[in-house]
Design a protein around this ligand. Structure first.
Ligand code: SF4
Length: 347
């Protein structure tokens, strides 16, 4: 196949979206944006990106940020391990590299939370190093361009596609080329059905277009079915606010706050009251109100939630819990998106 980069780059310079991390692509900006964009669309991520940078303008500020504030800045983006890894990496960067990300692919790749793709994006976009940055967008474009039915979730296929990506990369424009491929995948060679081939600068080269197979590509492995977990919640309100409990330091939603709950259990109102009493709470004479059922999907687990709401008299919070006022819920404590269905009621 003839080299795609001239047509691709020309299209990119004329059609690229103006994005803050593109206008000022410092290593920190590119790194932060790539981590945010891993599970979030560009339009949704932009306000978070601006807010995060206003609060933590550089890597030393990120390294020094207090955990509760860090979680609050990420609230709404989900997948909180991403921001915890950002901070872990920032601390290493401060200790080992004087607070600046290293201009070296392998050194970037060795930092927590930075995989092949993010290391490639920072190295090529910010430092101009000719390395690949292959995400789902790029795999989709190449799968169609070569009409290759390889299953892109398989490491050997990804490796072979990456080698093709590099065959076309102009070393002096590595960052622009990588971004152009991602942009083409995001704007033109779009997922889920028919791509916009009539707008594509590579249409004359595209084998899947010629064969009429583009909508069926790329091939992906079937996702594993998610595990369904019942969860019983107790939404407890007293004159001091709502009772929140902190999740364990490791595992799902590590260290974040939640209403009192029991995972893997579908408890009746009576059983829930007994559990609350066992925690040391005075629930005598209260009348439980049933909470509406809600569902939250994590990548591999599905929570099916239900439970009770209760109004309690003023009393001390049990160990590991706090009474959080509505103001503190807005400004201090991070309530994960899993509890979105109950959040409105709490705020
Ligand atoms: S011609 Fe269509 S299928 Fe081929 S790369 Fe362009 S948008 Fe994708």
């Amino acid at each position: 196949m003839e080299n795609i980069s001239p047509a691709l780059l020309e299209w990119f310079y004329q059609n690229r979206r103006i994005l803050p991390f593109r206008e000022d692509p410092t290593p920190y900006h590119v790194w932060l944006s790539e981590i945010m964009l891993q599970q979030t669309r560009v339009a949704a991520a932009l306000p978070y990106y601006e807010r995060f940078l206003a609060a933590l303008p550089d890597i030393p500020a990120l390294a020094a940020c207090e955990e509760e504030k860090l979680h609050k800045l990420w609230e709404g983006l989900g997948y909180y391990s991403r921001v915890r890894n950002l901070q872990k990496a920032a601390k290493i960067v401060c200790a080992q590299y004087g607070g600046q990300l290293p201009a070296d692919y392998d050194a970037l790749r060795a930092l927590p939370g930075i995989g092949d793709y993010t290391a490639g994006a920072v190295a090529s976009i910010s430092f101009g190093i000719p390395v690949p940055a292959v995400d789902g967008n790029v795999l989709r474009v190449f799968s169609r361009l070569y009409n290759d039915p390889g299953v892109i979730t398989e490491p050997a296929v990804k490796k072979a596609f990456t080698a093709r990506v590099m065959e076309h990369q102009p070393p002096e424009k590595a960052g622009d080329y990588n971004q152009a491929l991602m942009e083409l995948g995001a704007l033109v060679c779009v997922p889920n059905g028919a791509p916009l081939c009539e707008q594509c600068p590579l249409a004359h080269l595209c084998a899947a277009r010629a064969a009429g197979t583009a909508p069926e590509l790329p091939q992906k492995a079937k996702p594993k079915p998610r595990r369904i977990q019942p969860v019983t919640l107790a939404l407890l309100e007293s004159p001091e606010g709502f009772l929140l409990q902190q999740r364990p330091e490791k595992g799902l939603l590590a260290g974040l706050w939640q209403p009192v709950l029991w995972e893997n259990e579908s408890l009746s109102a009576e059983e829930t009251l007994a559990r609350l009493q066992a925690m040391g709470l005075d629930v005598r004479g209260t009348r439980p109100e049933a909470l509406p059922a809600a569902k939250h999907i994590f990548s591999h687990i599905e929570w099916h939630m239900g439970g009770i709401a209760l109004r309690l008299p003023a009393q001390a919070a049990p160990a590991g819990c706090v009474w959080a006022s509505r103001e503190a819920l807005k400004t201090t404590y991070t309530l994960p998106g899993a509890f979105k269905a109950y959040r409105k009621r709490m705020l």
